[in-house]
Design a protein around this ligand. Structure first.
Ligand code: PSU
Ligand code: MN
Length: 326
């Protein structure tokens, strides 16, 4: 482990491998840890975290699983770190606004998409992968429940690869939010915005791109235009692992009623709804979950590789020369 002091005095604790990769300009993909601590029971969660890291490697990049411990941000977990995060009970879910408190207080924290993206940007890691992002919740017009993930996307220069979002959310409103806040969204080799367990949300994606090098160029161009926000790339679940949307919708409708009855709201709602859907869809949702965790991580690895090549090569062909004029 090597520790480096950030100018803002946030200790970033890099794993040896991630530190070396970043120094040499090799592609790195950041990963969240909330999915480890709150997604699955031990030891399945540890096995899954390792498989997700392997998928990033298969794509051609180095995985950097993010977590909080002892007042510092882990950037890249060793096998022992993964084991500790997976097996320690009661690690709190830490989103962006919780970060300063947990960092100042000490102890462990499991990072969500939002807080992992904060960490990735601090560590100069331009890519992050998550199977499912948070979004605008159904009924948000009265509850105002909008995931901090979306707000963070408006503030952090990180490319986020995902399989869309679960339809426990209002996916139409989620896409409206992203459009309003100028966060680019591209579906990879697919026309629609995917819905995690299901291939499609029924909503067309604003853009489709089929070529990894073009996606890498679009991401760089977004930042070159002066934007300081994220860039979303969505890839749908494999056809064979997808779950029928009618089945998922019915499970969600029931879960929403149960959540209301049980008075579940705030940052516990996402996990509550996910668990309820998992229960109804039984083994297939676990299989679907694994499938999107792997496919998003693998694509993120490939895109990070294409992006690292682009940065190494400098201006791509077709970019006007600075002094050229017309
Ligand atoms: N959606 C999923 N799987 C997840 C989450 C969301 O399909 O694991 C987790 C992620 O960590 C995400 C967080 O960042 O929930 C969002 O929570 P909230 O809606 O409370 O912002
Ligand atoms: Mn919320």
């Amino acid at each position: 482990m090597t520790t480096r002091r950030h100018p803002g005095d946030i200790p970033l604790v890099f794993s040896e491998e991630v530190s070396e990769a970043l120094h040499s300009g090799a592609p790195v993909v950041a990963l969240e840890s909330n999915v480890i601590t709150h997604g699955l029971p031990y030891p399945d969660n540890a096995a899954t975290a390792r498989k997700v890291e392997a998928a990033v490697r298969a794509g051609g990049a180095v995985p950097a699983t993010i977590g909080i411990e002892n007042g510092g941000i882990l950037v890249g977990m060793t096998d022992a770190d993964i084991e500790r995060f997976a097996s320690t009970p009661g690690i709190p879910k830490v989103s962006s606004r919780d970060m300063p408190v947990v960092l100042a207080r000490g102890g462990m924290g499991a990072t969500t998409v939002a807080s992992s993206v904060v960490a990735a940007e601090l560590a100069d890691i331009p890519f992050f992968a998550s199977a499912g992002i948070g979004g605008v919740h159904r009924g948000a017009e009265t509850t105002m429940d909008i995931s901090s993930d979306l707000i963070q996307f408006t503030r952090s220069k990180v490319a986020v690869v995902c399989a869309g979002a679960k339809s426990i959310l209002d996916l139409g409103l989620t896409m409206e939010f992203l459009e309003t806040h100028c966060v680019p969204l591209v579906s990879y080799r697919f026309d629609d915005f995917p819905a995690f367990y299901c291939r499609t949300s029924g909503i067309r994606s604003p853009h489709r791109l089929d070529d990894e090098a073009v996606i890498a160029r679009a991401i760089e161009t977004h930042w070159a235009l002066g934007n300081r926000s994220s860039f979303l790339v969505a890839t749908p679940i494999k056809e064979a692992d997808a779950i029928d949307s009618r089945e998922v919708d019915a499970a969600i409708a029931d879960a929403m009623v149960a959540a209301e009855r049980d008075g579940v709201r705030g940052n516990g709602l996402t996990k509550y709804l996910m668990r309820a859907v998992d229960k109804v869809t039984e083994g297939r949702s676990a299989k679907a979950n694994m499938s999107v965790l792997i496919s998003t991580a693998e694509l993120a690895g490939r895109l990070a590789l294409a992006h690292a090549r682009l940065r190494a090569e400098g201006l791509p062909a077709g970019t006007p020369a600075p002094e050229g004029g017309r």
